[in-house]
Design a protein around this ligand. Structure first.
Ligand code: ATP
Ligand code: MG
Length: 391
């Protein structure tokens, strides 16, 4: 029975003069997500976005797609009443209740909004008159203005809109309204969740994955591509850079103390990620790190990996417990892919007893042992980077 959706957004309504930019970003994002499902029309109208659906569209599929669009606070399937004169309006709202609620035995409240200020009735008048009409037409309905089981919303614009179902959206801000960041995406549970969270704040993503063939397999790389695909359902297109990290890792393995391998490797990942981020005009790096989760994520280790880049590094999971991260990864559907047992490049070269409190001075001294070779290896890795377009 629904041929349209009314889309509500919260935060982006607060942006003053920039508001239209955010609204346009949201409208465009919705249009893009729905494009692959059919010929939908998406348009703005006074603080609302409307989606008109093509004939024969799939309701569940549409709601599912909209629930992945950041910036949407709620999704309301609406019935449009073409003529908003009072008789047509009451008739239309009554027919809506007739069709929606077979037993018609519940408490309700009418909530009216009048965007068309020339309408002969005020909003409170619409509420009370419409309530009276419905009570008259359906004898088992009862009004409860405090805790109604059904809120019937009526919005009078050029046309009128009626709805009573409110489906929660994901919240956040429309992707692309807040710049771009480079996500260090491994095959683990954490980094996809970190990407999701940053993107939810309106940031679009590029991503970089470091692999070490033949120590890491094609399947490990495919797993990362799959994770990027899962993320892209929320974030839109992701340009995924795949860096061959083998020679750099071998060089570090050969020249540096083994208990510092992970830290030094992570420092080179950050350096390369920053280089790619600058090329991509990203404004920050994003990692899935969380304090104390593993040896390379103690406060000392984080300080040490942080020191090598000047771009801001965003760590949205920094204070999250693992179980909470797992919960989000299940919710966004990356968990099953993340737990596939394909090693990522760090696990091959890890020492049995990595330093947990690396001293910056010692790490810098160890890195000096790479002086002669490392710059060229880094350049080669960047030149040979593979780019995979994921969406
Ligand atoms: P994740 O679950 O995200 O893999 P983790 O718990 O395994 O994290 P680490 O391996 O210490 O933790 O990695 C910390 C962060 O460094 C990751 O969240 C990710 O952002 C980045 N990272 C680690 N390995 C790689 C890699 N091979 N390619 C790209 N980024 C990586
Ligand atoms: Mg990992």
């Amino acid at each position: 029975m629904f041929k349209a959706f009314l889309i509500k957004y919260a935060e982006i309504g607060l942006k003053g003069k920039n508001r239209y930019l955010f609204e346009n970003a949201l409208r465009d994002r919705i249009a893009r997500v729905l494009k692959s499902l059919g010929k939908y029309t998406v348009y703005k109208e006074q603080g609302r976005i409307f989606v008109k659906c093509p004939d024969g569209y799939d309701y569940d599929e549409t709601v599912d797609a909209l629930q992945r669009v950041f910036g949407i606070s709620s999704i309301c399937p609406v019935v449009i009443i073409e003529d908003s004169d009072w008789d047509s309006l009451t008739q239309g709202v009554g027919d809506y209740v007739e069709a929606m609620y077979p037993d018609k035995d519940f408490t309700f409240k009418v909530v009216a909004k009048r965007a068309d200020k020339t309408y002969p009735l005020t909003s409170p008048e619409i509420c009370s008159e419409m309530g009276a009409y419905l009570l008259d037409r359906f004898s088992n309905l009862r009004v409860d203005v405090h805790k109604p089981s059904v809120r019937i919303s009526v919005e009078v614009r050029e046309q009128a809109y009626v709805y009573s179902i409110v489906i929660p959206g994901p919240g956040g801000m429309p992707v692309g309204s807040c710049g771009k960041a480079m996500l260090l995406l491994s095959g683990g549970i954490d980094s996809p969740v970190a990407g999701y969270m940053i993107s939810k704040r309106g940031v679009s993503l590029s991503a970089v994955y470091f692999h070490a063939p033949p120590y890491t397999s094609e399947r490990a790389k495919q797993k990362v591509v799959d994770l990027a695909k899962g993320l892209a359902k929320y974030t839109g297109r992701i340009k995924l850079y795949v860096v061959n990290f083998t020679d750099i890792q071998l060089e570090i393995y050969e020249k540096c103390p083994h208990d510092e391998l992970t830290i030094i490797m992570r420092r080179y990942m950050m350096r390369i990620a920053e280089r790619l981020a600058i090329e991509e005009e990203c404004l920050g790096l994003v990692t899935g790190e969380s304090i104390g989760q593993v040896a390379s994520q103690t406060m000392q280790s984080l300080a040490s990996t942080n020191e090598v880049c000047s771009m801001p590094v965003y760590r949205p999971l920094i204070a999250f417990d693992k179980k909470d991260i797992v919960e989000i990864s299940k919710k966004i559907d990356t968990y099953e892919t993340s737990i596939q047992p394909f090693e990522d490049c760090c696990t091959i070269f890890v020492a049995k007893h990595p330093v947990t409190k690396p001293r910056l001075k010692a790490i810098r001294i160890s890195e000096r042992k790479l002086e002669e070779s490392i710059d060229e290896l880094v350049e080669t890795a960047i030149e040979a980077v593979e780019v995979i377009d994921v969406w």
